[in-house]
Ligand binder design. Structure first.
Ligand SMILES: C[S@@+](CC[C@H](N)C(=O)[O-])C[C@H]1O[C@@H](n2cnc3c(N)ncnc32)[C@H](O)[C@@H]1O
Length: 295
């Protein structure tokens, strides 16, 4: 992004510190030393865009109005994402996670599959999951599938729910995927209702306790770096609790769970490291088509 001149606004280091502390206190999102430049640039841009003359005025506004606070926070969140962002992760979903779920849960009644995209941004991640599940889960129509997609950003969720993307952002999709899951609209392509209805979008701050129920798989990619060590551990414990035994936890490409006292089993598949919650029961009977045809 092009940098703007920062001459017009008055913002001191101590005001920046106060804003940082306020955000950590209210939303538990941490802007530590590694993101100092990003933070001060974005706060200055916010002042300029909203015609706020100084850090003192901004502090007064965000302390007295939750709308003003949320507008500031929205501008500070990094929402970078893309369809099928890490291909190896989607390959693991197709080749390992879904076949295991298929085998273990096929005879369950109801036959449910729940996947949580935690920190889903503008929707590319949960839609990629939905596309891959639709393509790879055998007899997908016989399953009760829910992809729970949560984010703290209302603005990102509005985009996600609307489900309209430019042709460029859909480049990772094959022509068949594009035609099957999207319909052309004025500003690009919109997700088709059949795929859209697999996903529930919910506004949620990951540090706040909200009921999610049990899930089979959690994608939490490129989100945990925004929290302090202590908060991160709390969130990981919560993910562990929410997962079914045998369920999977997936992080972004450069993230790991090394030195974390949460008892996930690491599983390495080619380029991709997944984490599994131990303790899955063996399947009661084989899935007929899998046993016969090796599908
Ligand atoms: C860099 S994006 C990652 C999007 C996607 N998971 C991916 O990897 O492509 C990080 C997302 O985390 C969200 N986020 C940051 N702090 C959060 C919090 N406390 N609770 C929930 N979501 C949060 C941001 O709004 C943003 O959409």
């Amino acid at each position: 992004m092009k940098e703007r001149p920062h001459t017009a606004v008055k913002l001191t280091e101590s005001e920046l510190d106060e804003i940082r502390t306020l955000i950590e206190h209210r939303s538990a999102i941490l802007f530590d030393a590694s993101r100092e430049r990003f933070f001060s640039t974005r706060v200055r841009e916010h002042l300029q865009e909203h015609g706020i003359a100084s850090g003192t005025d901004l502090l007064r506004q965000v302390k007295s109005s939750s709308i003003a606070y949320e507008a500031l926070l929205e501008g500070l969140l990094t929402q970078e994402t893309s369809f099928f962002r890490y291909p190896a992760v989607y390959e693991a979903l197709e080749k390992t996670i879904l076949p295991e779920m298929q085998e273990r849960k096929f005879w369950n009644n109801p036959r449910t599959l729940r996947i949580w995209s935690a920190g889903c941004s503008t929707g590319e991640e949960p839609y990629s999951i939905a596309i891959r599940v639709g393509e790879s889960l055998k007899f997908a129509e016989a399953w009760d599938i829910e992809i729970l997609a949560t984010d703290v950003s209302r603005r990102a969720l509005r985009h996600a729910e609307h489900g309209v993307y430019s042709r460029r952002s859909l480049e990772a999709l094959s022509p068949t995927q594009l035609e099957t899951h999207f319909t052309p609209v004025k500003n690009g392509f919109q997700i088709r209702p059949r795929t859209r209805k697999l996903i529930s979008f919910v506004q949620m701050n990951l540090v706040e306790l909200a009921y999610v129920g049990k899930v089979d798989c959690i994608f939490c990619m490129n989100v945990l770096m925004y929290f302090s060590e202590e908060r991160r551990l709390g969130i990981l414990r919560r993910f562990y609790e929410a997962l079914e035994p045998g369920g999977y936890f997936l992080l972004g490409h450069s993230e790991t769970l090394t030195h974390t006292p949460v008892k996930f089993e690491p599983v390495t598949l080619g380029d991709c490291r997944l984490y599994r919650k131990p303790g899955a029961a063996a399947p009661s009977r084989p899935v007929p088509a899998l046993a016969e045809g090796g599908q």
